[in-house]
Design a protein. Structure first.
Length: 150
């Protein structure tokens, strides 16, 4: 799993919009300035989020972007999938080592590890909402059912 700036910025933008829920749309330029993110990047991310139904856009002088749903109804997984296209990329699917090793009929000994990891990542991301991210870190760890161990 690798989260690029698409996913990170997508989440930052979405949390910003969650904080503004019910206050009306915000212009992409204003959002990018407030979050100190490149405007062109924010525009592209908002387009991806809109296509995925995470945000709505409003045209006009008072237009901009707002969450399409309540922050409690938008998961981190929704945002990452909209921004990155996938939450977890299994190399066996994207870049198979060899047909004999990675084909659908082969008996791969490592593929189950990646499939299980993909499942756990999706469960974690699907269990956290934008509303959860409006709280402090301790709350997020509690909701996610764990804590960071060193």
């Amino acid at each position: 799993m690798r989260i690029t700036t698409w996913g990170e910025y997508g989440l930052i933008v979405s949390v910003h919009l969650a904080k503004r829920a019910g206050q009306g749309p915000v212009a992409a330029r204003k959002l990018s300035e407030r979050e100190n993110l490149p405007h062109d990047y924010v525009e592209q991310i908002l387009l991806r989020l809109r296509r995925a139904g995470v945000v709505d856009s409003v045209r006009g002088a008072r237009g901009g972007y707002a969450l399409a749903r309540d922050p409690q109804a938008v998961t981190v997984r929704d945002v990452i999938e909209a921004s990155e296209r996938v939450t977890f990329e299994v190399n066996c699917d994207v870049r198979p080592v060899a047909a004999a090793r990675c084909g659908s009929g082969s008996r791969c000994t490592v593929r189950p590890v990646w499939r299980l990891l993909e499942q756990r990542v999706n469960e974690l991301l699907g269990g956290l909402t934008l509303a959860d991210l409006l709280h402090d870190e301790a709350h997020v760890y509690e909701v996610a059912g764990g804590a960071i161990r060193n």
